[in-house]
Ligand binder design. Structure first.
Ligand SMILES: *Cc1c(COP(=O)(O)O)cnc(C)c1O
Length: 356
């Protein structure tokens, strides 16, 4: 009888919200579809693909488009099948069995998952009530626990809060660990360390096309770091990790910098609208909901009624992301935001009447 080993025995496949919901505000995707002319370019790309040959193992063209967009040298860029693949590769290759790795909770759940699969030993730092990260504490724990890899998102998914550059510099230069700085949402904020990545020999920065660029289904992410780190990453990744279509289509998206930046501006306006509406609700129902500041395309709220609100919204055809004690809501179109806010208001009004 074949026995699954212990580390995978009880795992379940990743199951985001399944079912059909008219309004999807649960996965931090862009609400923009692709513009018509980009679709036309994609059809052209698809018709020209040489599918009987392996793709470019180093994804040169799309790495160059990324390098041009962010003004970094192409030699320091590695492309991955989503940044998820890069996180997985980094954990399995930069960690040795038994090495400690540090995550800050709450944060993106895949860090801990991949670290444990890699047989690293997880150390978790719980964020305080404010959900702000105490950099001195992180440094202290890194030293005390001999942490080999520190990984976190900045700005953070799900809290939407972030550390500014000055704090990041202090953190990176004060620890021996490899620091994996996941900037999946940094297109919505202005504290990126990309312009100075080459000043650190223990820093890998991750970016993705899944959020700001509206390319979640393409599966395209990037890592930027020193030549030593980049060369190691390129050597350990699977040779043909990015298919030809993603390479060409990703390059096409990244070459349209003005369009992307216009879309990002609109997404941020939508986020401001959602945030303002949520703060207005929090003012009226202050016992039931608290809203955090946002540096991303989503809004994070604390509420004891997270379970009931989550269900109530699903019944109204609106999917958001639920955490114990919190809800994370992605900015949608104006209509989607209004529908969400109206439903939340409906919930609180009904709740308060019942309580009387
Ligand atoms: C969405 C997300 C990713 C995953 O990006 P992919 O490129 O789609 O794999 C990585 N990190 C964080 C923090 C995210 O929220």
């Amino acid at each position: 009888m074949y026995q699954l080993n212990e580390k995978i025995r009880n795992l379940k496949p990743y199951d985001p919200i399944s079912g059909e919901y008219a309004i999807r505000l649960d996965a931090n995707e862009s609400f923009f579809g692709l513009p018509e002319d980009l679709r036309t370019e994609f059809s052209h790309i698809a018709s020209e693909l040489v599918l009987n040959r392996y793709p470019d193992p180093l994804s040169t063209q799309v790495c160059q488009a990324f390098a041009d967009y962010y003004q970094v040298p192409v030699e320091n860029v590695t492309a991955g099948n989503g940044s998820d693949e890069l996180i997985s590769i980094i954990c399995t290759s930069f960690l040795e069995k038994g090495d400690t790795f540090l995550t800050l909770e709450p944060d993106f759940s895949m860090y801990r998952f991949y670290g444990v699969i890699a047989e690293g030993v997880p150390v978790t730092m719980q964020k305080p009530e404010s959900l702000c990260v105490d950099v001195d504490e992180v440094i202290r724990v890194c030293r005390e626990k001999d942490v080999k890899l520190l990984i976190f998102s900045n700005p953070c998914n799900p809290t939407s809060l972030g550390l500014c550059r000055e704090e990041l510099r202090r953190l990176i230069t004060s620890v021996e660990a490899l620091v994996v700085l996941d900037e999946a949402y940094m297109d919505f904020w202005n504290q990126s360390l990309l312009p100075e990545f080459d000043q650190y020999d223990n820093l890998l920065i991750l970016r993705t096309c899944s959020k700001a660029f509206g390319g979640a289904a393409l599966r395209l992410g990037f890592a930027v770091g020193s030549l030593a780190l980049t060369n190691a990453l390129k050597a350990v990744k699977s040779p043909y990790n990015l298919n030809s279509f993603t390479q060409a289509a990703g390059a096409a998206i990244l070459r349209r910098k003005e369009e992307s930046q216009a879309a990002i501006k609109e997404i941020l306006q939508s986020k401001e609208e959602l945030l303002a509406g949520m703060k207005e609700l929090a003012g009226r129902f202050s016992q039931q909901i608290k809203v955090f500041e946002s540096n991303t395309n989503f809004v994070f709220v604390e509420t004891p009624a997270y379970e009931q609100i989550f269900r109530y919204l699903l019944d109204a055809g609106i999917a958001v992301r639920k955490f114990t004690g919190y809800l994370r809501i992605t900015a949608g179109t104006h209509e989607e935001n209004q529908a969400l806010l109206k439903a939340m208001e409906g919930f609180f009004v009904a709740e308060n009447q019942e309580g009387k």
